[in-house]
Design a protein around this ligand. Structure first.
Ligand code: EPZ
Length: 432
């Protein structure tokens, strides 16, 4: 087991380049299953979730060539739904494995996989995914901890999602691209990665219109060819580094991003009195002491992303006055606040609303990452805090952040990773 040791309270300054979007790549990889040729994917982030997905595809029968610099060539023609049993453990351990249902249903008309896992942030049903597959003509049921879906053929249909779901929108899109006729997904998610996956499928020859709006129309095609595609930059990782500048009162140029995707965060930072400068593919954030308190309500895109509410809470701890977070997307995404309390945060939770009374400082403590974005929040808290912070649960952080320590070190952070068994007090000064 490993832990991070951070000596905080130093402003981060410099430039950081953002890697490809995890949640886009996690849809693009299974989308390759639908192609009848090789696909070359560029800008894949080097993170655990992507490594696991590639391992799943390989076990299913895909030929994967890992090229340099985040480029991968995938030939999924030999993938067979019967091979999923060899990847049960990996499938069970990640959320995005649910895209195998849409992709394998689209390719093989049959799939049987364990229910997906993922971050523990409240109930995460897949009823809207199942409703979509059923509307397309599949028989879908859950039995013995597995999702089983089969169809003679898939026929286009109109599906109205009861909740705006990123996963259901993408999954239904995957199943529908080769279905006969026209499928309409109404009340669809509009997240940048939904659009990215639709763009990838279209480049392969799919006919998807309206991605990024509330109604996506998919006219089924018989054949998808190969292509070369570059994954968009990661909106949430970019937001994490923007907040790193804010919480350390530093000055960071966050590069290789799509500034438009950052609007909800940029606007909130500005509201808190933090300066930002926007460029074509970068945003500079100039932190300041005692930012103003703010209220955040998470919502599907283009609202404030639920994946950034945990990192944002750290800034609120440092703000002047009372801030609130209303979590509209997931039922139980406040567990990490117990860890921030250990660092002196004054927080209370009432249902889906957290109240944070900022007192301008956090103090180092021993804390743990309870999920991926909670992990990012813990790192930000450690960077902002006075004294030494030790963070456990790095497996969560490694799922979604490429080279996080190196990137932070290059910005001036005092951060290092040690084996939790080692006596960090003796060695960490040499290693950091
Ligand atoms: C995706 O999860 C992301 N995961 C999450 O990222 C992200 O937090 C979330 O979208 C919201 O943006 C991946 O892309 C792999 P949803 P997903 O379906 O698809 C309810 C991260 O840190 N719902 O949009 O699982 C659901 O319970 C992660 O990178 C149903 O009720 O989220 C939730 O309340 C964590 N029935 C809401 O909809 C369904 O069938 C939105 O969930 C599906 C969802």
């Amino acid at each position: 087991m490993e832990k991070l040791i951070i000596r905080g309270n130093r402003p981060l300054r410099g430039e950081v380049t953002i890697s490809g979007a995890k949640n886009a790549a996690l849809g693009i990889l299974p989308a390759c299953i639908l192609s009848d040729e090789k696909c070359k994917i560029e800008n894949l982030p080097n993170i655990k979730d992507i490594q696991n997905y590639i391992s799943i595809l390989t076990r299913l029968g895909a030929e994967v060539d890992m090229l340099s610099n985040g480029r991968t060539c995938i030939d999924a023609q030999k993938i067979n739904y019967e091979n999923t049993s060899s990847a049960h453990e990996e499938i069970r351990n990640m959320r995005a494995s649910y895209y195998l249902i849409g992709a394998l249903l689209g390719k093989c008309k049959r799939v049987e996989i364990p229910l997906p896992g993922g971050c523990d942030i409240g109930p995460r049903p897949i009823d809207q995914h199942m409703k979509g597959f059923q509307a397309l003509g599949a028989e879908v049921y859950i039995e013995g901890g597995k999702v089983i879906a089969k169809a003679e053929e898939l026929l286009g249909a109109t599906i109205f999602l009861d909740v705006v779901s990123v996963g259901a929108t993408i999954n239904i899109m995957l199943a529908a691209v080769k279905a006969k006729g026209v499928t309409a997904i109404e009340n669809a998610a509009k997240e940048p990665h939904v659009v990215d996956i639709a763009n990838f499928l279209n480049l392969m020859g799919a006919n998807i219109k309206g991605a990024g709006t509330e109604v996506i129309r998919i006219t089924g095609v018989e054949h998808l060819s190969g292509c070369t595609y570059m994954v968009i930059p990661d909106q949430i990782v970019a937001g994490t580094y923007m907040l790193a500048a804010a919480v350390t009162y530093g000055d960071i140029l966050v590069k290789n991003i799509i500034p438009k995707h950052m609007d909800p965060l940029t606007a909130k930072l500005n509201e808190m009195g933090i300066l930002t400068e926007e460029y074509d593919d970068a945003i500079r954030v100039i932190g300041k002491e005692n930012p103003k308190a703010a209220n955040v309500k998470t919502a599907p895109y283009p609202g404030f992303p639920t994946d950034l509410q945990q990192p944002m809470a750290v800034l609120m701890c440092l703000a002047d006055g009372v801030s609130t977070i209303h979590e509209n997307v997931f039922e139980n995404r406040f567990k990490y606040l117990d860890e921030l309390r250990k660092m002196g945060a004054n927080v209370s939770v009432n249902g889906r609303t957290a109240m944070i009374i900022g007192n301008g400082k956090l103090t180092g403590s021993v804390i743990k990452a309870t999920d991926l974005r909670a992990g990012a929040a813990m790192v930000l808290a450690g960077l902002a805090a006075e004294g030494k912070t030790e963070i456990m649960g790095l497996n969560h952080i490694d799922r979604g952040y490429e080279d996080m320590e190196e990137k932070l070190r290059s910005l001036g952070a005092d951060i290092c990773r040690v084996s939790a068994k080692e006596d960090a007090d003796e060695i960490d000064h040499e290693v950091c």
